[in-house]
Ligand binder design. Structure first.
Ligand code: TYM
Length: 344
């Protein structure tokens, strides 16, 4: 049992094409956690530049993610929304973590291997060190819980390893400075619900992703009702009817994915969905899914457009959030420096 006060932290990259996977796997969970926790939600712009970004698009994408947080129901007054580059302590702690993490640990990261592809020599150093910055994002607030989709699990394990190694390496100094046995909590991933890994609508073996060249592979939060309907109707399926129980989804990735999406949007379970639709063919199930998706996502898209039309408001939210985030980060960073043996 952790002795640290509970605090939630999570981040989303401003790399465009925010989609249903980001909403169901992460942002909808952010909203729910506000009822029970102090939450800090970050637009991770420093992570975005690990691959090339056009400055004009980056600005727009930072505002898009911020608008999505608010439109989905994150309250920037009761909780904190900000962009990473306005709080320099993230990068500062990341450097220290670069000196704590081991090359062998980073060499195991599957996301780097996927993103760098065959041309690894030409990937940025930032892309390689990405997970140490992610650990710093979380730990600079000494956050205890991190809502994410399934694809971030390995990065969270690395963040725990870094926290643990820091606590061990500096245990004497941590105790002398009055922080007891551990300075950092071991942050827990919260990977919950029926849609922790939403798959591409075109290929049930591939994750729904911002970078898929086919726009039909994903439902974007900015899609209008007609586009949502068209994409759902064109989604790949198999020839069978839906099973009545969840074991019947085994070996049917596309069916499993659509049922998971329906369950998450309806805030129920896959078993609930199959109780209702078992025996139905895909054309009738897809009709119901279109209605549900449009009912849930339509108002979010409309609200995002309204917010994005007022960049001044969005920038103020980010600036005010950054001031509040910085106050926490600066205090923790001061303690880290003391523990390490820096003079400040
Ligand atoms: P990013 O920007 O790729 O994705 C944002 C969140 O959406 C989740 N997600 C999905 N969930 C279900 N199905 C999918 N197809 C899907 N695609 C994406 C991601 O798991 C994530 O929760 N490294 C992170 C950003 C980050 C971060 C952090 C997260 C930086 N620092 C600190 C937590 C804590 C990323 O690239 O997410």
């Amino acid at each position: 049992m952790s002795l640290f006060p509970q605090r939630v932290f999570s981040g989303v990259q401003p790399t465009g094409n925010l989609h249903l996977g980001n909403y169901l796997g992460a942002i909808s969970r952010f909203v729910a956690l506000q009822q029970t926790h102090d939450c800090i939600y970050c637009v991770v712009d420093l992570h975005a530049i690990t691959v090339p970004q056009k400055p004009s698009e980056l600005v727009a994408n930072i505002r898009e993610v911020t608008a999505a947080f608010i439109a989905c129901g994150v309250d920037p007054k009761s909780h904190i929304i900000f962009n990473q580059s306005q709080v320099a302590e993230h990068a500062e702690l990341a450097w220290i973590f670069n000196c704590v993490a081991r090359m062998g640990w980073l060499n195991r990261m599957t996301q780097f291997k996927e993103k760098a592809g065959k041309d690894r020599e030409n990937a940025s150093v930032g892309l390689y060190a990405y997970p140490t910055l992610m650990a710093a994002d979380i730990l600079v607030y000494r956050a205890t819980h991190v809502p994410v989709g399934e694809d971030q699990k390995q990065h969270l394990e690395l963040a725990r390893d870094i926290a643990q190694k820091f606590n061990n390496d500096f245990s004497e100094s941590i105790a002398t400075a009055g922080y007891g046995e551990a300075f950092f909590p071991l942050p827990e991933p919260l990977i919950q619900g029926p849609a922790t890994r939403v798959m591409s609508l075109r290929d049930g073996s591939k994750k729904m992703s911002k970078s898929d060249p086919s726009d039909n592979s994903r439902i974007n939060l900015s899609d209008d009702a007609d586009t949502i309907a068209q994409k759902v109707r064109r989604a790949k399926t198999d020839p069978d009817v839906l099973p009545s129980e969840t074991p019947g989804l085994a070996g049917r990735p596309e069916a499993d994915n659509l049922v998971g999406i329906y369950a998450a949007l309806a805030e129920g379970s896959k078993a609930d969905v199959l109780r209702e639709f078992g025996g139905a063919n895909f054309s009738s199930f897809k009709g119901a899914l279109v209605d549900l998706a449009v009912a849930k996502l339509g108002p979010i898209g409309a609200d995002m457009r309204r917010l994005q039309a007022d960049p001044g408001y969005i920038d103020t939210v980010l600036r005010e959030g950054s001031v509040r985030a910085r106050a926490i980060a600066a205090q923790n960073m001061k303690a880290v420096k003391e523990v390490i043996g820096f003079i400040s």
